[in-house]
Design a protein. Sequence first.
Lengths: 300, 313, 361
Amino acid sequence: MTGHANAGRPNQLLRNLHSKIASIPMILTAVVIFLGGTLWTVFYSFTNSKLLPRLTFVGLDQYERLWSAPRWLISIQNLAIYGVFSLIFSLVIGFLLAALMDQKIRFENTFRTIFLYPFALSFIVTGLVWQWILNPEFGIQSVVRSLGWSTFTFDPLYNSDIVIYGILIAALWQGTGLVMCLMLAGLRGIDEDIWKAARVDGIPMWKTYVLIIIPMMRAVFITTLVIIASGIVRVYDLVVAQTSGGPGIASEVPAKYVYDYMFQAQNLGQGFAASTMMLITVAIIIVPWAYLEFGGRKRG
Amino acid sequence: MAEVVSLNNPSVKTGLSTKLAAGPRGKKPRPMFSPRNIMVYGALIFAAAYYLLPLYVMVVTSLKGMPEIRLGNIFSPPLEITFEPWVKAWSSACTGLNCDGLSRGFWNSVRITIPSTVVSIAIASINGYALANWRFKGADLFFTILIVGAFIPYQVMIYPIVIVLREMGLYGSLTGLIIVHTIFGMPILTLLFRNYFTSLPEELFKAARVDGAGFWTIYFKIMLPMSLPIFVVAMILQVTGIWNDFLFGVVFTRPEYYPMTVQLNNIVNSVQGVKEYNVNMAATILTGAVPLIVYFVSGRLFVRGIAAGAVKG
Amino acid sequence: MNSNSVSVRDLSLSFGAVTVLETLNLDVKDGEFLVLLGSSGCGKSTLLNCIAGLLDVSDGQIFIKDKNVTWEEPKDRGIGMVFQSYALYPQMTVEGNLSFGLKVAKLPQVEIDKRVARAAEILQIQPLLKRKPSELSGGQRQRVAIGRALVRDVDVFLFDEPLSNLDAKLRSELRVEIKRLHQSLKNTMIYVTHDQIEALTLADRIAVMKSGVIQQLADPMTIYNMPENLFVAGFIGSPSMNFFRGEIKDKGGRKVIDVNGVDFAMDAYPARGPLEAGRKVVLGVRPEHVKVDEPGDEIHDAIVDIEEPMGADNLLWLKLAGQTISVRIAGSRRYAPGTALKLSFDMSMASVFDAGTENRV
């Protein structure tokens, strides 16, 4: 924008200089931390780093150890159970709530506030509250027992077979409000005339939802799915607060495995390998989505 | 004259109720307790009860004394209200390291949250502005890396950051943690600001450039004053996000700087001593209070913030 | 006893404290093309939605084919409806869109096929049947939307601004097609629009609406030439009618309207009642009813301010009686700005409104 008098093009590097200077933090973050950091971790996952990163390559040893460690296998199994149920229930409950909210109800704002407030709370708070509610000595189990069902058993946090479902309950409580909000925004984004046309055509409401509205909300569903899924892979604080991975190692998750090996067991190589596996999991979710989202846009 | 008037609007206001025939008229009667309404409101109220239950239990438990907790059930309201647990949670609960309660964590969180919010928003808004209005070659590539990076699990990038901060001598310090929050807040905030600035009329930017304004002048004099709502949205997003953070607090600070969430977890899950559930719940409420207040006060903006952050993500 | 296809009786509609329609009456004859015309927010779409049953009325009754349908569901009213945004079901093919309602109503497949084929033939969309709406142009989509109303085999079609989303060229094409459709089907059609050209070209009768009240209900020529009040006069016609505020005076036995000292003789005006001297009135003359440099019994001098040649027509803006007026003349007649010319007014085609009530006198 300056000095066109001095003939010729200004230096390419100096063009838009202010903008480039202002973008330095973004460039550094993107290149050094996100790209560099990721590559570094993947790279060092092939070493036998212990307390400090070392460049002694051991090939796939760390991965072999990882996949033969019971704790990792349980972590992965937990993540799978937690992930599948969390996806299904989040989407179903979130959509049902949104559909209920969309019935021109009264007190919509009050209901929205109630459904969404847990999302403002941290996983630590969420985990601790549900730890208390699910406490077998004082919580739901004892209340139901005191009502007369003396053999009633509901102690997910102390039963290694079902502990992951205890965590799931807390996670759904915290996160479904967000899904409801996203779904509601999607429902509200649908052309009012579609509903009118369906009514004139005499299509019952549930059929309109299932056959017309939900297919129209494909994009919202996919985006929500990606958001829930990337949250699932990260689940860490909730487990730490609610069970600390227990009883035993029954509620371990990959994110916690990584943290413990990096910062407590001082076995960096294992931590790097486990975190690389997390990265691959995310890539499996993200790549098809990105392909659908951005590949699809070109066609449509 | 009267005659002239009656000639007007022949189709309107002629013969009123004489025209009405027998049969349905006016609003279709819909009973307030129709099966549909009972189902809709019944389901909503049931769901609302499920969502409210933990909050209720937290409050009720925190107001009871320990003997009452041991005897009664967690849903019953306190017979004798006591604020003792709140006082203890705030000032004298033990974390295993020290016994000065949550207050230390609270002030740490304040000292972490305020600068982290300010710095991350300042940087991200300028990034977003550069991306929206001053696009340079390669900018989109960096932005794409940034957005893709938002999906990479933190665990993958934590250790390299530890090394970088250690090299800079900032590992374990508050400054280090602020940098970490700025880095991980950057994708979502940059996206938020970029989309917002892109939605502003481009003519405005062009007009300012024709008038001779440069990068910073346009940012401060034109973009900033027009963008108050989005700054508020970003602020809500960051304050709740940073306040609720646990992982970065554990990894990147020394115990004396632990934020409130870490402190809370240490108090509640500390293995020493007798479990004081009322103190634990009071501590939990205290930790959740700040984001809850932000949420209740900001209302629709909070929804807008998460929707903007999530849908476009 | 009643040859009306659609009758609206004392219809009122209010949302909370806001009244949108108040004791509105309207009779649409069998086979009639009725246009509801008005600017946005005048209640025309609301009225249409009430007729369709998409909105619950607050009071009054609605009859379709002499049946009281006030409490009926839209699907049971014997109507088909076409929307501004087409409202096609995006993930179904054109054929699916046309047949979906019929399938839900459990019609025999043979009948469905027959109806879809007929609609596709009438609208010439047979080649599109297997496509999805996203693969169609705006005009094609609107044709499919019309088809969806067509297959319902109903007597009354409701159109809610069906052409507003199309560009100007497509709009005029589809306008002709809708007119042709009406001529061949002879169904009752109620058509909402804010576009006066659409209203004038399509309608058997136009209902001009403002603030939930029908201002005038008449055939297009009557609406254009004999507007009932100042609002209708100003709303219809582009450029707008020229208005002069003045007072009726007796001058030498002739009634004149005195506008800032300029007299307009009223001899030729078909007044509805006696024109009392001293009455404040508004005189309205359409731009094409002003003659330029032609002999007339009353000549006014004016100077050309701006000339706007528009091809077929030429629009002159002049100053007269202290205000700017527009005059439409043949496109071949050119006048440079500053030219002095002589105007005469065709009072037989003029409109005079009471300045107070704004109604025609």
